[in-house]
Design a protein around this ligand. Structure first.
Ligand SMILES: [Zn+2]
Ligand SMILES: [Zn+2]
Length: 336
């Protein structure tokens, strides 16, 4: 059974049986309506059934093997709702420091290791080996990038030092500390194209997981509110975010801290990019829907795009250089 996923979860149910059960056959019934027979328990005692739920709500699975059966009740929730619950946040981590770390810091060995380990785990992999207490340029650059992110700066700022109990130290320990990640991959069936990942000569693929989550939420909203009813409309297609290690990029002003994203303009033929908002191929209705989906995200603080009609609708603001793409940027969330 493989139906189109309408923004709903498709959990994988997996139960372990004794190894002696291998090769035995079980049957599964979902909601008294969808039977699956002949599921064989594998070598490792595991079995698997893929099933896509097309509606949210309370559901029941009945698993039967010979004369035994087991009923499991669970809830199917929409992906958008699930994203808020099961976020991609890294989780809190206590980092006890006996002195400051970084540029001009005390830099005790164990403190250095603890800060490097946390940054490494968050995706700032260029800090170097967290098991050695060395302090090289990579660590200082990573601390500066981290500081720029948590203050919402679009360019690299910060003193490169973690001071005890001050903002950088607190954010490093936060449950929603910013991870440095590759931006989401294209998912054309759900209306999303990452044009940047397809351009091998261009490396602006990285950013914060905060931005990655916002991009996923925009994709979902644009799909649900517009593309489901306009299946031939262009995808939500993103271009530049930030360089692999953040920092100065010759291509744009800003875009250094993984909080900013450029979006290609939708075209009436369902393709995107390579046009201006004044071009006859420009699909203003799709652009309006994309802007509305961007604006719904509470972290979004600014959208630059020069379509005067859409500016008149208060969906975006004018900024020079934004006649052929939409630029949006986010604020850091509240620390948790
Ligand atoms: Zn750009
Ligand atoms: Zn931009």
């Amino acid at each position: 059974m493989c139906k189109k996923l309408l923004g709903l979860t498709h959990p994988t149910v997996s139960l372990n049986f004794d190894l002696t059960d291998k090769g035995r056959v079980l049957s599964v019934m979902i909601d008294d309506r969808f039977p699956s027979e002949d599921i064989t328990v594998g070598e490792d005692g595991k079995w698997r059934l893929n099933f896509v739920f097309n509606q949210a709500g309370d559901r029941t699975i009945l698993i039967a093997i010979d004369d035994q059966s087991l009923e499991i009740k669970f809830k199917v929730v929409p992906v958008a709702q699930q994203n808020n619950l099961a976020s991609t946040n890294p989780g809190a981590k206590a980092i006890t420091l006996s002195g400051s770390v970084g540029v001009g810091g005390v830099n005790k060995a164990n403190d250095l290791k603890a800060v490097k380990a946390r940054l490494q785990e968050l995706g700032y992999t260029w800090v170097g080996d967290p098991n050695t207490p060395t302090r090289d340029r990579g660590l200082e650059e990573a601390i500066r990038l981290f500081q720029s992110i948590i203050t919402g700066s679009s360019t690299i700022k910060g003193d490169g030092r973690v001071d005890i109990d001050e903002m950088t130290h607190q954010w490093l320990q936060a449950a929603n500390a910013p991870k440095w990640v590759l931006m989401p991959k294209s998912d054309p069936d759900n209306g999303f194209i990452n044009g940047e990942l397809a351009q091998t000569e261009d490396k602006h693929d990285f950013g914060t997981h905060w931005l990655a989550d916002v991009i996923q939420a925009i994709t979902q909203d644009y799909q649900n509110t517009y593309r489901d009813t306009h299946p031939n409309a262009a995808h939500f297609a993103i271009n530049d975010v930030s360089l692999p290690h953040g920092g100065d990029t010759p291509d744009h002003h800003g875009h250094e801290t993984g909080l900013m994203c450029d979006v290609f303009l939708p075209k009436k033929d369902g393709k995107f990019g390579g046009i201006f908002w004044t071009s006859p191929e420009y699909d203003q209705d799709a652009a309006r829907a994309i802007l509305k989906s961007i604006r719904k995200q509470k972290l979004v603080r600014a959208i630059f795009f020069n379509d005067s009609e859409l500016i008149g609708e208060k969906l975006c603001t004018f900024a020079s250089g934004h006649d052929h793409h939409i630029h949006f940027e986010i604020n850091p969330p509240v620390r948790s």
